[in-house]
Design a protein around this ligand. Structure first.
Ligand code: ATP
Ligand code: MG
Length: 333
């Protein structure tokens, strides 16, 4: 009988320290320590992030092992985020994982953070069938990933500048909302009219995206509106949020749907932090339903950064004996 794979996974690419334990691909625990220290700065401060990871990593790993009911000496492998991310943050998680791997004599497995966002779909059931087309919309990326099997990921479209998450966060900043503003825009949008204001998006070649024009359009629109009516934001906030959300959701979904039609794909999904957006979740379900396709949306806890998604990616690599050398270098981009 094949031996079990009990795997510890660590995610520390940005400002969340997370540890998860998986047994044969099943998530036994998934603990996350968020960093509040950045709120006052309106964005993540890299040096503060790495310091906070150092404080959080041991307690978070301890909690994950405890909840899973697993002892350190029962682990068969340790997976960690190798990149992309903030270098100081990645160094904390990867050094910890490599130290553990050396001391326990178990393999370490470096995982690509963006592959892991897509692989979050393979944690719960039902799992997508191949070919599977996934729209990854996060704080730093917007890309369309085509999976023909568990081990292949082809990026067929991507943003040329900002990411969808940045478009949400930058709009929130213009509206005077705290960082990260994406979830707040989502909340305020519930009360607003999504068709009240129109914003232009850029049509790019192939399946690519660009958010810089939209961002500038929103900036000028708000400047003019506030000049004409100083109370504009107070009066119109929910409508602006709903209209911006509607614009971004339609824009990111359009290429996913067009690409799926072009390639004859019927299994589509969303991943990354912005896939927590309620407008996007509803829209992909509705569009897939209309066409008789299957839409996959990860559980909320697996959308934003988390170690369970690193763990499931690490598990498939473990099955392929795709281990990393001890001098595997973290990469920022
Ligand atoms: N409900 C929501 N609506 C819109 N945006 C959201 C929502 N929840 C989270 N986000 C956005 O998701 C982003 C964070 O996602 P995630 O944690 O995957 O990004 P990241 O890890 O910083 O970036 P990357 O994965 O590209 O390195 C932020 O921009 C945040 O505003
Ligand atoms: Mg992420």
């Amino acid at each position: 009988m094949a031996t079990d794979c009990i795997l510890l996974a660590i995610e520390s690419s940005c400002d969340d320290t997370s540890a998860a334990v998986l047994k044969n691909g099943e998530v036994l625990s998934n603990k996350i320590a968020n960093q509040q220290v950045h709120e006052a700065f309106g964005g993540v401060v890299p040096e503060l992030a790495s310091r906070a990871h150092q404080q959080h990593i041991l307690p978070v790993v301890d909690q994950a092992l405890k909840q899973a009911g697993i002892r350190m000496d029962e682990l068969n492998a340790v997976a960690y985020t190798q990149g992309p991310g903030l270098m100081g943050s990645l160094l904390v998680g990867s050094s910890f994982a490599k130290g553990l791997s050396l001391s326990l004599g178990i393999p370490s497995i470096g995982v690509h953070h963006m592959d892991a966002h897509v692989m979050a779909h393979f944690i719960d059931n039902p799992k997508p069938q191949f070919p599977f087309l996934c729209l990854v919309v996060s704080g730093g990326h917007t890309q369309l990933v085509l999976m023909r099997d568990e081990n292949s990921m082809e990026i067929i479209g991507k943003t040329r500048d900002d990411a969808a998450g940045e478009a949400f966060d930058k709009t929130a900043k213009l509206l005077g909302l705290p960082y990260p503003g994406g979830p707040l825009i989502d909340k305020l949008a519930q009360e607003g009219d999504p068709l009240k204001y129109r914003f232009n998006t850029s049509k790019m070649e192939g399946y690519d995206y660009s958010f810089s024009g939209l961002k500038t359009g929103i900036l000028y629109f708000l400047q003019d509106a506030v000049k004409a009516n100083p109370d504009f934001l107070k009066e119109e906030m929910p409508h602006v949020c709903a209209s911006v959300q509607h614009t971004i959701v339609n824009y990111v979904l359009a290429n996913l749907l067009r690409a799926a039609e072009d390639l004859g794909i019927q299994d589509i999904g969303i991943a990354g932090g912005v896939s927590a957006n309620s407008g996007l979740r509803k829209a992909i379900e509705a569009e897939a339903g209309k066409r008789g396709w299957r839409a996959y949306i990860p559980d909320f806890s697996y959308c934003t950064d988390n170690a369970a998604m690193i763990g499931i990616t690490g598990y498939y690599k473990f099955l392929n004996q795709d281990f990393s050398s001890i001098d595997a270098k973290p990469f920022a981009r």
